[in-house]
Ligand binder design. Structure first.
Ligand SMILES: *[C@@H]1O[C@H](CO)[C@@H](O)[C@H](O)[C@H]1NC(C)=O
Ligand SMILES: *[C@@H]1O[C@H](CO)[C@@H](O)[C@H](O)[C@H]1NC(C)=O
Ligand SMILES: *[C@@H]1O[C@H](CO)[C@@H](O)[C@H](O)[C@H]1NC(C)=O
Length: 343
């Protein structure tokens, strides 16, 4: 199942000031022991609900989503109807017609859809999106302004033409995208407020790989991913010799980021004029860390925890790789053996 989700071509367009509601659909053909359709509800990049053609009912994946369904059984019913009847039929039909237009009679094929909306809780602005992918490539994208489908493959043109003509479907679809989904998103954010609207400050540390490396100001554990971090000299933001890293997700749902400062042309007595500032949107107090040699965590000259952790991780990785190759080899040999017997 993991591998299938890795195939998702839709990149995260998570803009920091916005809440998002996304529905992901993955229809597969020719994958044994895997449901023909898997659908998920994702709110602010958190899995809130899951359904597939084996279970046929939507399962809330967060306590607040469970509460939404308890308080509004019709809402739950809407999802269950889609999950057990409408969506499997729709995706099966589309998959069959795509396989035909690509001349794909056998093999493994994946059809995906991501749709949903983005809502800025400060400005109230709403953006919507619908994208289809087939076997890892964009296929059809809905243009809300012109109310037409954009085909990104020649094989998508027939579907585009049929869908463009179906004005009732487009009107209905647009209503969901621009009115109903944003309403749901606001409701989910209100129910999940203790998680989705929380503000967690990070722990900030100064790290340096070697005595001549840039000093990295590293913040980890913050939420949400609306944050900025920068270096200052004498209270003024520095742009030269500064390298900003991306905001990255941690396993626990929080985020991390680093900003590196190249100090090769700064004399040791000037170090104290620098500080690193972390700001979380909606939180007044900044986290300020003065550049102090004594506070920098390094990993030269001693085998500290980090070196140990890195070494351990490398060893585990290599072992896993060996096991993986070995098991693949065994499976291959087995297959070969089986084939020989059959032949
Ligand atoms: C599929 O097959 C038909 C007839 O065999 C051919 O005309 C058509 O070009 C093929 N389409 C693709 C996408 O290969
Ligand atoms: C979440 O909403 C409840 C009820 O409206 C309120 O009491 C609580 O303070 C809110 N929590 C956050 C983190 O906004
Ligand atoms: C740091 O700056 C010096 C010159 O000021 C440059 O030679 C060096 O390559 C830089 N180091 C990094 C890691 O960018």
């Amino acid at each position: 199942m993991k591998t299938l989700f890795l195939l998702f071509l839709f990149c995260h367009v998570s803009s920091p000031v916005k809440h998002t509601l996304k529905f992901f659909f993955t229809a597969s053909s020719g994958v044994p022991n895997f449901p023909e359709l898997v659908a998920t509800i994702v709110v602010d990049e958190i899995l809130a609900g899951y359904c597939d053609t084996n279970t046929k009912t939507i399962k809330p994946k967060q306590d607040w989503m469970k509460k939404v369904f308890e308080d509004d059984p019709q809402h739950l019913e809407h999802y269950n109807r889609h999950c057990s009847e409408n969506d499997p039929v729709f995706f099966k039909t589309l998959m069959d017609s795509l396989k035909q237009s690509f001349n794909h009679s056998g093999g493994i094929h994946i059809l995906q859809r991501m749709n949903g909306c983005e809502w800025d809780d400060e400005t109230g602005e709403v953006n919507v999106f619908v994208q289809y992918g087939y076997d890892g490539d964009f296929f059809l994208v809905f243009d809300v302004k012109t109310e037409t489908w954009i085909a990104s493959k020649p094989q998508a043109i027939t579907t585009k033409q049929i869908w463009d003509k179906d004005k009732d479907r487009i009107t209905d679809f647009k209503k969901y995208l621009t009115q109903i989904f944003p309403g749901w998103l606001k409701k989910y954010v209100a129910y999940g407020n203790s998680t989705l609207l929380r503000k967690d400050l990070p722990s900030v540390s100064l790290l340096q790989k070697t005595p001549s490396s840039p000093v990295s100001c590293h913040a980890t554990g913050f939420y949400p991913d609306r944050a900025t971090m920068f270096w200052r000299k004498d209270g003024e933001e520095r742009h030269e010799d500064v390298d900003h890293g991306d905001i990255l997700p941690n396993d626990d749902g929080s985020f991390q980021m680093s900003v590196d400062l190249n100090l090769s042309s700064v004399t040791p007595e000037d170090w104290r004029r620098y500080d690193c500032v972390f700001q979380l949107s909606g939180v007044k107090d900044d986290l300020i860390t003065t550049l102090d040699k004594a506070k920098i965590r390094t990993n030269w000259g001693k085998t500290n925890d980090m070196t140990f952790a890195i070494t351990a991780a490398v060893v585990v990785f290599v072992l896993a790789l060996i096991l993986f190759i070995a098991s693949g080899f065994i499976a291959y040999k087995k297959k070969k053996g089986e084939r020989k017997i059959k032949d």
